[in-house]
Each structure stands twice: as C-alpha cells, then as structure tokens.
Design a protein around this ligand. Structure first.
Ligand SMILES: Cc1cc2nc3c(=O)[nH]c(=O)nc-3n(C[C@H](O)[C@H](O)[C@H](O)COP(=O)(O)O)c2cc1C
Length: 195
C-alpha cells in the first residue's frame, strides 16, 4: 500500500481544480517556495535532455510594469476600446501575487521532434499547477490573447523558436471553486484487443 502522504497527494491530484486568476489573492509563495515550485515544475520528461523551456517570473511591481505593455498593446489593437477595458489589461498580471510565464524553447534537432519539445513545456505547466496545489496555493494556466501576440513576445524578449506555453497564475484562493463537468472518462478509455 502507498504511504499516507502519497495517498493524500493522489487524492489532491484526482480532485485538482484550477481557481480563476481573478479569484486569487496574496499571500503567494515566498522566494524559497518559488524556488521549490520551479524545481518541481522543471522535473519533467525531456527527450534528449534539451530542457526546451524556461521561466519568466512576475512578482511585486514587475506585474504592474508588464501590465503597462499589455495596456499599450491592447490600445493599439483596439483603438476604440473603452477605458475600463484598457485598465483591465493594465491590471491583468496583478490578479495574482505570482505569474510564471512558461516559455517553450524549441530547437532544431536531428532526433527530437518539435512536438516532443512542445509537450515537455506543457508538462512543465502542469507540474507547476500540481506543485502549487500541493503547497497549498491555487493556480490557473492561462494563455489569453497576449500569449499569441508578437509585440508582447518582443517585450518578453523571446528568441527564435520560443513561444509562450502558458502564464501560470499562482496565489491563495478567495473561494473554493465548484466542480466542473469533466469529459466522460469511460468514453475515452479503450482496451486494445487484437482483431
Ligand atoms: C494551454 C492552455 C491554455 C489555457 N488558456 C486559457 C485561457 O486563456 N482562458 C481560460 O479561461 N482558460 C484557459 N485554460 C483553461 C484553464 O487553465 C483551466 O483548465 C480551466 O479553467 C478549467 O479548470 P480545471 O483545471 O479545474 O479543469 C487553458 C488551458 C490550457 C491547457
């Protein structure tokens, strides 16, 4: 049988729910916890030991500073947007005490396809969610519009082959989320039989 601590972790994993970024608040992880979170997040399968991902952390004033870029870019894209919408962009990263941008860094490789490198970055995002939950924090993996905007990529200083896998918002939950309807698992499980 598993040790009790493993059972508790398994239970946590089986019940995991994201908490909306707007429902997150301080306190967030302290610096030691951030280091622990990133170390756990980085512990992913990685064919060829390429480490095809990196992190950009936003805390404290950096969140507001990046919000200025979001607001400016949003105004460029939507010149007719009302002030309230622009202000919402300015405050996006301030929804949580910690925002971690997980950057997928794909390199051309003779043996490791791009697909596998991208999935490794996805695994980093999921590890980050789970590690944050195990630490008692809540989290949400978002992309929203700014994960797909070239100007924002430039502000993030992304290089060729890099793109945002996700912005993982981490903090303390203001409320427990309701259960969400889940895909019908039985419909998605097949037991292969020789035919
Ligand atoms: C790659 C990726 C990007 C996502 N981007 C968004 C997003 O931009 N906006 C959003 O509301 N949910 C987004 N989600 C969904 C949330 O992360 C989350 O899965 C959803 O709120 C359901 O919560 P759950 O994790 O409890 O199932 C994204 C999920 C993934 C995997």
């Amino acid at each position: 049988m598993y040790p009790n601590s493993h059972l508790a972790a398994l239970e946590q994993l089986s019940q995991r729910r994201s908490v909306k970024a707007m429902d997150l608040q301080a306190p967030g992880p302290n610096q030691q916890q951030v280091d622990q979170l990133l170390a756990a997040a980085a512990r992913v399968p990685d064919h060829g030991k390429l480490g095809p991902w990196r992190f950009i952390c936003f805390q404290d004033d950096a969140r507001q500073a990046f919000g200025e870029h979001l607001a400016q870019r949003f105004s460029e894209l939507k010149p007719e947007a009302p002030t309230v919408a622009i202000e919402a962009e300015r405050g996006r990263f301030c929804r949580a005490p910690l925002v971690v941008a997980v950057i997928s860094c794909v390199q051309a490789h003779p043996k490791i396809p791009e697909w596998e490198q991208l999935m490794s970055a996805g695994a980093v995002c999921q590890n980050l969610l789970v590690a944050a939950n195990l630490m008692g924090f809540a989290a949400q993996w978002l992309t929203e519009w700014y994960a797909y905007d070239e100007t924002i990529d430039t502000k993030l200083d992304l290089k060729s082959g890099e793109r945002v896998a996700g912005f993982v918002y981490i903090g303390s939950a203001t409320a427990k989320p309701d259960e969400r309807q889940r895909p019908d698992l039985q419909q998605r499980i097949q037991h292969w039989t020789k035919s």
